[in-house]
Design a protein around this ligand. Structure first.
Ligand code: TXE
Length: 478
């Protein structure tokens, strides 16, 4: 399947690749519905073994490594990923159904995460605290020990980069549970990590279903920290499982993010960002701009230009590098079609012609004619669907933008500097983009939500605090 040399049916536990007791699961190809490979159906037995291997690493050679050593290792791994970016991109495109050039960008983002966290590993410092006479007090940033990483199928490489990369930089030993729908690059990444010299047990990979492998990992008493990206419902279950062991969790649970377009915006610049943020990865993006709020004075112009862009979109199988690929699974397609059946005016739809039988394609659709409290404007659809919502003035824009249970990302388009600053403060979101959206992926930029978008921050330097615990040392010396 790949020159990187991994067996799709195996888990990585310690330094050994081995099959799962539960046998295998089929891995679908979203572009044509065929079976791409068999993967390990990991479960409680493999999770137990992986947590034990991670514990041994955390208390062994890996736990004793210096920050500089970990930094060098991650940098080396980043270079290996970069050298294999084309191969990794192909695997991700096949597995996720993601257009090849988007998968390429993800592979390079993974390399960049490793470069970033490699460089940051030895720059995390504690502080000395002024205290009473006779004392010296300082803080130490220490790894948690064993960290669990439950990853979804939409951006496996990017999410592995941002969470496993930061956790390893801090000296944690990781157990990675990729999604049952897409796990090839997780396995390839682990193989490259071995090649880079990561000690046994510092990274373990247990593919399997959420019910079997995911739940066993989330509730495992040997896990010290859990990082989860996925749905709100599963996030709640993970948080409850972690609560039984009183373990911290980082949850990134998606959203219904707005881009707010004021009448004075530079529309030529805004337009590509508005559309791309809706259809990238077929809309299966946590930070997708699912709601486009448009000031009424430019409603017709924005609607017309977005509609034209939608009609020109090319749909196709991932390896043909279309604008939009298939959805991940028949289940996800049915979920999206269920949302679409709830109405709205179809302002524009991309053409679906000559698509392979059996692929999970949903033509991108631009909707209007729904009020801001309609389910289509409130619930995460996770497909190539955007809703246009008109508004009058700044106050109403803020009210609509903040009027969902989510708060992950928001974008604002205006030339008015004062309004940019007011909107940046008023919007309820973990990231606000002014006259751009996404800042090109933003490896360096802390990312995470509020409300039902989750809590905790990954990406950027901030993640290093998230994957470490703080110890205060007070020394009395008289
Ligand atoms: O997510 P799940 P699904 C949203 C999006 C999508 C919906 C359903 O709206 O339509 O979720 O997708 C593992 N304990 N997002 O069903 O179930 C599972 O194996 C522990 C948003 O795929 O959250 C996989 O590895 N783990 C999102 C991971 O959780 C469990 C990305 C995500 O699966 C588990 C994906 C359990 N009980 C979906 N059950 C984003 N924020 O970007 C499942 N898992």
């Amino acid at each position: 399947m790949s020159d990187i040399g991994f067996e799709t049916r195996h888990c990585l536990i310690g330094d050994g690749w081995r099959p799962a007791e539960g046998g295998t699961l089929p891995l679908g190809n979203p572009s044509d519905g065929t079976c791409l490979a068999e993967i390990a159906a990991g479960g409680p037995a493999e999770v137990d073994a992986a947590v034990a291997a991670a514990r041994a690493a955390a208390e062994g050679e890996w736990g004793r490594s210096t920050a500089a050593e970990r930094g060098r290792l991650l940098a080396r791994l980043g270079r290996l990923v970069e050298a294999r970016a084309e191969e990794l991109a192909r695997l991700e495109a096949l597995d996720v159904g993601k257009p090849l050039s988007q998968a390429r960008a993800d592979a390079l983002a993974l390399a960049r995460y490793l470069e970033f966290y490699g460089g940051a590993a030895d720059k995390v410092m504690g502080e000395t605290i002024p205290f009473e006479r006779g004392y010296t007090v300082w803080t130490l940033r220490e790894p948690y020990g064993v960290t669990a990483h439950i990853v979804p199928w939409n951006y496996p490489m990017q999410i592995i980069g941002r969470s496993v990369g930061a956790a390893l930089a801090m000296g944690n030993a990781c157990v990675l549970k990729p999604a049952e729908e897409a796990c090839l690059t997780a396995l390839a990444f682990a193989r490259l990590a071995q090649e880079a010299g990561l000690p046994a047990g510092a990274l373990n990979v247990v593919p399997g279903t959420g019910r079997d492998a995911g739940a066993a990992l989330a509730g495992h008493p040997g896990v010290d920290h859990i990082s989860f990206t996925g749905s709100v419902t599963t996030g709640e279950a993970v948080q409850i499982a972690a609560a039984h062991n009183v373990r911290p969790v980082t949850l990134e649970l998606g959203g219904k993010s707005p881009q707010v377009v004021f009448a004075d915006a530079d529309l030529d610049r805004a337009l590509p960002f508005l559309v791309r943020a809706g259809i990238q990865n077929a809309g299966q993006t946590c930070s997708a701009a699912a709601r486009i709020l448009v000031e009424r004075a430019v409603l017709d112009e924005v609607t017309g230009r977005m509609s034209a862009a939608y009609r020109a979109l090319r749909l196709g199988p991932a390896l043909s590098d279309p604008d939009v690929g298939p959805l991940i699974s028949a289940r996800q397609k049915a979920l999206v079609e269920g949302h679409l059946a709830r109405g709205g005016d179809v302002l524009a739809e991309a053409r679906a012609e000559g698509l392979p039988e059996g692929g999970h394609y949903v033509p991108p659709r631009l909707l209007g004619g729904v009020p801001p409290d309609h389910a289509l404007a409130q619930e995460e659809i996770f497909g190539p669907v955007q809703v246009i919502l008109p508004f009058d003035g700044e106050d109403e824009a803020v009210r609509i933008a903040n009027g969902t249970e989510y708060g992950l990302v928001a974008g604002v388009w205006t030339r008015d500097g004062g309004r940019q600053l007011r909107m940046a403060r008023a919007l309820r979101a973990g990231q606000v983009f002014l006259n751009n959206y996404g800042a090109g992926g933003g490896v360096e930029l802390p990312f995470g939500g509020i409300g039902k978008s989750g809590h905790g921050r990954e990406k950027g330097f901030e993640a290093l605090y998230g994957f470490s615990t703080l110890k205060t040392v007070a020394a009395w010396h008289g």
